[in-house]
Design a protein around this ligand. Structure first.
Ligand code: ZN
Length: 86
């Protein structure tokens, strides 16, 4: 590690590139890591993770999301009702 990762503030979400980033938590030992969260796509990452998890340019292209598409994503199927016991 070349710099204290906990002090690096991202400028965009790695997954959707939204500029709205929130700090969700910090390491118990100061400046070791910070957990960031994106309120747009709900991606969360720790500053100490590999570049493909924290950098928008290196985040795997197949898993990227566009904020404009989020409203059209399919919803998770509902859990069916319990079967009656016989
Ligand atoms: Zn995002």
């Amino acid at each position: 590690m070349t710099s204290p990762a906990g002090n690096l503030a991202p400028t965009a979400c790695p997954r959707c590139r939204s500029g709205e980033i929130r700090v969700l938590g910090k390491s118990p030992v100061a400046a070791v890591w910070t957990i960031f969260g994106c309120p747009t796509c709900f991606y969360a990452w720790r500053s100490s993770e590999p570049e493909e998890n924290v950098s928008p340019d290196k985040y795997p292209a197949p898993f990227r999301l566009r904020p404009d598409d989020l409203a059209d994503l399919k919803t998770i199927p509902a859990v069916p009702p319990r079967r009656s016991a016989k």
